[in-house]
Write a protein that binds this ligand. Structure first.
Ligand SMILES: [Fe+2]
Length: 321
């Protein structure tokens, strides 16, 4: 996590030595889990816990989903941002404790609203670091923008079967008189390139704010030009620019699918230029939503990596009682 903007020149000297060798220890950002056939990931997104909520009702619903995860033996939960909005420390503690008590490993990244609460900017990080089942790494002031820039290697013996990039897509960016949504920054992309260069692997990427390509792909899908599943019920709201070509770089770094949140009533999965662009299913009824489209995404990773595709991604709707 970087607290201050660094000039690109300084950044270059920080990340690369004169011979082009990476001068920081990539393994600091690495987590490992054991892969097994049909490894299952539950993606939760946009829970929006905060002061407006009925805590008993929300925890009951979240536990209903976590009970499914336990009963169906999911291997990992990935939370893709906007877990909080107008929250207090008690809401942060409540969500983290509830997730952690499911005794399933869980990974976390931030959305644009998570810091709009009554706590300092490291509070969420600090609570996650104390949780016994969290698969999480962040370093204060490490000169890589954003709070989560880690990756999880799913290992089969010594081999990396799949890699999961857990990326912070940041929050807002001033554009003229308005604020747009932010993007994955240049040095984050450099970091991803370094990880891939160090050990290439097939990867999935999890972050909050969708890429510009999400709207392009959906228009093509509606026009019958590409395949997909699910629906978008609002326009995509990507970051303010695609100037750093994150889509291309992710693809060049082994990513075959990206999983985001942010647009609450969109839950499409689209195959665009050999990459799956997937929206999570909103996981609570807090803030705007569709009552019958609340739940989670289930992602299954087959042992034959070439078999991963749209049919391995499922929108699961878990409604309130
Ligand atoms: Fe949200």
């Amino acid at each position: 996590m970087k607290k201050f903007l660094t000039s690109s020149l300084l950044l270059a000297s920080l990340l690369l030595s004169s011979c082009g060798k990476v001068s920081y220890d990539i393994s600091m950002y690495k987590k490992e889990m054991t892969y097994h056939d049909n490894f299952k990931i539950m993606q939760l997104t946009d829970l929006h816990f905060g002061i407006e909520m009925d805590s008993d009702k929300e925890i009951k619903h979240l536990n209903k989903m976590l009970d499914i995860a336990k009963n169906e033996k999911y291997d990992l939960i990935v939370i893709t941002g906007d877990s909080f909005l107008d929250a207090k420390k008690a809401h942060v503690n409540l969500l983290i404790n509830t997730i952690d008590n499911a005794n399933i490993p869980w990974a976390y990244t931030y959305g644009n609203h998570d810091f709009q609460g009554q706590y300092d900017s490291l509070y969420i990080n600090d609570q996650i670091k104390k949780a016994k089942n969290a698969v999480f790494v962040d370093y204060d002031n490490d000169n890589i923008h954003g709070y989560t820039n880690y990756f999880i290697n799913l290992k089969e013996g010594d081999a990396i079967k799949y890699r999961l990039f857990i990326i912070d897509s940041n929050s807002y960016h001033p554009t003229g008189f308005k604020y747009g949504y932010d993007i994955i920054h240049d040095e984050q992309i450099e970091h991803i390139k370094n990880i891939y260069k160090d050990a290439p692997a097939t990867a999935l990427a999890f972050f909050h704010i969708p890429l510009t390509e999400y709207q392009i792909a959906y228009d093509l899908y509606k026009d019958g030009q590409i395949i997909g599943q699910g629906e978008n019920n609002e326009p995509c709201c990507p970051g303010y620019t695609d100037k750093n070509h994150a889509f291309n770089w992710l693809k060049n770094c082994g990513v075959i699918a990206t999983f985001t949140g942010h647009d609450h009533v969109n839950y499409s999965d689209l195959l665009y230029k050999d990459m799956i662009l997937s929206y999570g299913v909103k996981s609570s009824d807090l803030v705007y939503h569709q009552d019958d489209k609340i739940g989670y995404k289930l992602i299954t990773l087959p042992s034959d990596v070439g078999e991963f595709g749209l049919n391995k991604i499922e929108s699961r709707f878990v409604l309130y009682e």
